[in-house]
Design a protein around this ligand. Structure first.
Ligand code: TYM
Length: 335
């Protein structure tokens, strides 16, 4: 499968610090794909972020650029840019809003979760969020989109929008993208409540590990993470109905780059105290160097701005060609 990867696109919101879920579910994969795909584009999606009020958006945008580079996104291999710096995204978004159906958007579970009981007071942007996501992906004719499990439904919607547009305008302008979702790490759960995903918007800092956490913070978060009284099983069936255990072992497997089953072959029979000790060490080894690099990169704002400006230029060169053909297909006046 890997040989046929042509064009990667993915996005991430500058809405707070990156956490382990973002890293294991998405960014770790982006870093690997840079050496496999012919075209790699990663976008800091600030237009998506403002679907709910943001404070410190500029600062978070630059911070996220530093975080992504520190994780291993290389501007020589990947185009890294900010969504609002390329207005083709919002332009195509309008056109796709006229292709997407209200019924499709109404089924999006992420909107239902985010708006919850405040539905009437949610912004139109929050509701229309997935059409902008479709525009992001389709502008660059992405063949593959590496994301965590929570974005799967949005990817299906993107495919539906692309197909409907191609049918209506009797064209094959849009490539139908495939999601790339990892087997382990695609859904990292909260360390305090394994029924909820690890999320930037969670109230408790203890529920997540951030990429800028200190060794002490990582150690205490893992030590206090919820578990159960039984030892670690040797087979995956032994993890049924043990959500907390499954989550921690999933994190372990993802860090080891192995399946849940092969992780259990190594650690089956361990007590949680022993397992948590090993997991903490592995996390410290992985995260502390990234955190140090983030802090270093953050100090040189001009360098980060230069990378993002160059990325936006490269992105626009690609997206303007797609947008031109879309405008022609729709029948817009050509001035
Ligand atoms: P965002 O900013 O919420 O998350 C960025 C990436 O991290 C993944 N992720 C997780 N993976 C595993 N476990 C978790 N707990 C976890 N939390 C987050 C997400 O699945 C995502 O891959 N709508 C997108 C941003 C976006 C986008 C796009 C993505 C905008 N346009 C086009 C792909 C293509 C979002 O809010 O991601």
């Amino acid at each position: 499968m890997q040989k046929s990867i042509e064009a990667i696109f993915s996005g991430i919101q500058p809405s707070g610090k990156l956490h382990l879920g973002n890293y294991l579910g998405a960014i770790q994969n982006w870093v690997k794909l840079q050496n496999i795909a012919k075209q790699n584009i990663y976008c800091i999606v600030d237009c998506h972020a403002i679907t709910v009020p943001q404070t410190q958006l500029q600062k978070n945008t630059l911070h996220l650029a530093a975080e992504l580079i520190a994780c291993g996104i290389e501007p020589q291999k990947s185009i890294l840019f900010v969504q609002s710096d390329n207005s083709h995204h919002t332009e195509l978004n309008w056109i796709l809003s006229c292709t997407a159906l209200i019924g499709w958007l109404a089924r999006m579970t992420q909107f239902k979760e985010k708006a919850s009981r405040e539905r009437e007071n949610a912004s139109v942007g929050l509701y229309a969020y997935p059409t902008l996501m479709a525009a992001d992906i389709l502008l660059y004719k992405a063949t593959h989109v590496p994301v965590g499990e929570d974005q799967k439904q949005h990817l299906e919607l993107t495919r539906n929008i692309a197909q409907r547009f191609n049918n209506i305008y009797d064209s094959n302008i849009f490539t139908i993208p495939e999601p790339l979702i990892l087997e382990v790490g695609a859904r990292v759960m909260s360390l305090r409540d394994a029924t909820a995903k690890m999320s930037k918007s969670a109230k408790s800092e203890m529920s997540m590990i951030n990429l800028t956490d200190s060794s002490e913070q990582i150690a205490i978060k893992i030590r206090k993470s919820k578990t159960d009284a039984d030892a670690i099983p040797s087979e995956t069936q032994g993890l049924e109905n043990r959500l907390e255990a499954k989550n921690l072992i999933g994190i372990y497997a993802s860090l080891q780059n192995c399946s849940l089953q092969s992780a259990l072959q190594k650690i089956g029979g361990y007590s949680f105290a022993k397992f948590k000790g090993e997991l903490t060490e592995m996390l410290i080894d992985k995260i502390i160097p990234i955190g140090n690099e983030i802090n270093k990169l953050k100090e040189d704002e001009n360098h980060l701005r230069g990378i993002l400006a160059h990325g936006a230029e490269q992105a626009k060169k690609i997206s303007k060609t797609t947008l031109r053909t879309v405008r022609e297909a729709v029948g817009f006046y050509a001035p």
